[in-house]
Design a binder for this molecule. Structure first.
Ligand code: SF4
Length: 231
């Protein structure tokens, strides 16, 4: 059996065994199983997942998709994460082309004309290239994020990227999530407090009114709800 097939079998078994695991149990299993061979993804909206992960692996690798279109506050949060968790290694995954080079080839503001292609170039491809160096990745996806995420398992096989995917906080409600932030004084992107409840690239992220679906502020009016990272 190839390593890929081994890991696929492992993920299928762990998916059942860890179906009810707490976030810490899932992360401990990840660290014990993969050692240095996994990475934690963060969009730098908050440091909940990073805080949990550093409890089992203080020098964990953290993946940030540096699209070139982020709010300054998001870059500031990334830098603050490095200061608060000095052991972590932040991996900035960048697109092959700078924004200026992309504009020259595809025309300016590709995100307005074809956000799927822009996300493909600036998120999906850099993610795939980075994940190719690892055997597992950890995400902060939660079932309450969107109807498309309602069945997110804690451990699964990511067929698209060919590695194990762990979603330790998949079952967390908004109350549990916000409670963890306030109880532990977790770092949060300052944009959250002014109504940006789901933060992506600046041109494609809008404020959300109280009570509205947080993800409705992403690609508002463009008929798109996902970057293509978790689909
Ligand atoms: Fe481009 Fe917007 Fe996707 Fe960012 S979120 S990569 S700016 S389309």
């Amino acid at each position: 059996m190839t390593a890929t097939a081994d890991y696929k079998t492992l993920a299928e078994r762990a998916s059942k065994e860890l179906a009810e695991a707490t976030a810490t149990e899932a992360l401990r299993w990840t660290a014990e199983t993969f050692g240095d061979d996994f990475i934690v993804a963060s969009n730098m909206q908050d440091a909940v997942l990073i805080d949990l992960a550093t409890q089992v692996k203080p020098d964990v690798d953290v993946l940030f998709l540096q699209t070139g279109y982020h709010f300054p506050e998001t870059i500031g949060t990334r830098d603050a994460v490095q200061a608060v968790y000095p052991g972590v290694r932040i991996v900035n995954a960048e697109a092959e082309q700078s924004v200026a080079e992309q504009d020259a080839e595809y025309g300016p503001k590709l995100h307005e004309r074809d956000p799927n292609q822009c996300c493909h170039l600036r998120k999906v491809v850099p993610l795939r290239k980075t994940l190719a160096k690892y055997s597992a990745w950890v995400t902060g996806v939660r079932r309450v994020d969107a109807p498309t995420r309602a069945n997110t398992p804690i451990v699964t096989w990511d067929d698209r990227n060919g590695l194990v995917k762990i979603n330790p906080i998949a079952p967390w409600s908004d109350d549990e999530f916000n409670g963890y932030i306030s109880e532990h004084g977790i770092l949060e992107n300052p944009l959250v407090s002014i109504g940006y409840l789901s933060i992506g690239c600046a041109p494609c992220t809008a404020k959300v009114a109280p009570g509205q679906d947080p993800r409705s502020g992403r690609w508002a009016g463009q008929g798109k709800t996902e970057c293509g990272l978790h689909g």
